[in-house]
Design a protein around this ligand. Structure first.
Ligand code: S3P
Length: 176
């Protein structure tokens, strides 16, 4: 049976999906699912190790498998990896999961957040800031096309964003 009543957060690396997702799940008392964590748990490998062993395409296959599995699970708040929108096959899957929210962040905010860790293989380049710029250029229109709602997160606290997500989801699903 499909459960098209999830709340799905999409957006670039470092845009706050996991932090906000946890808060939304807490507010609604729903389970929280992070697709990256599911992949890591199932593979028994870190994300950089999956990229090294299977390439980006192996990682993307695992991402699609997690989304497919979630379509038959009860409602949850789902935080997705920033590249989920790069695979056209994920578009119908995301839509079938339910309400999709793009947490849009500025390039500067993203850079200041992601420069703190080395767990993102796509940013291990000589000039990560430039890489972020290019990937954002490629992906911006994809996030917009996949999402029912866009939240411009600059200047907002995670709590404020979570509140916006909850209220919009309530409206989307027609709850009082
Ligand atoms: C990726 C984003 C990462 C992770 C992987 C690839 C991407 O997730 O899935 O490193 O292509 O943007 P976060 O957005 O949670 O960092």
């Amino acid at each position: 049976m499909t459960h098209p009543h999830h709340i799905v957060l999409i957006g670039f690396m470092g845009s706050g999906k996991t932090t906000v997702g946890h808060l939304v799940a807490e507010k609604l008392d729903w389970p929280f699912v992070d697709t990256d964590s599911q992949i890591v748990d199932e593979a028994g490998l870190s994300i950089p190790d999956i990229f090294a062993a299977e390439g980006e395409s192996g990682f993307r296959d695992r991402e699609t498998a997690v989304l497919t599995k979630l379509t038959t699970e009860p409602p949850s708040v789902i935080s997705t990896g920033g590249g989920i929108v790069t695979q056209p096959r994920n578009a119908p899957l995301l839509k079938s999961l339910g309400f999709v929210v793009w947490l849009s962040a500025t390039e500067a905010d993203i850079f200041s957040r992601v420069s703190r860790n080395r767990n993102r293989p796509l940013l291990l380049t000589p000039d990560p800031r430039q890489t972020i710029h290019h990937l954002l250029e490629q992906r911006r229109t994809l996030y917009a096309a996949f999402a029912h709602l866009t939240i411009e997160t600059h200047g907002l606290e995670p709590e404020e964003i979570a509140y916006g997500v909850c209220e919009s989801a309530r409206h989307y699903y027609g709850a009082p």
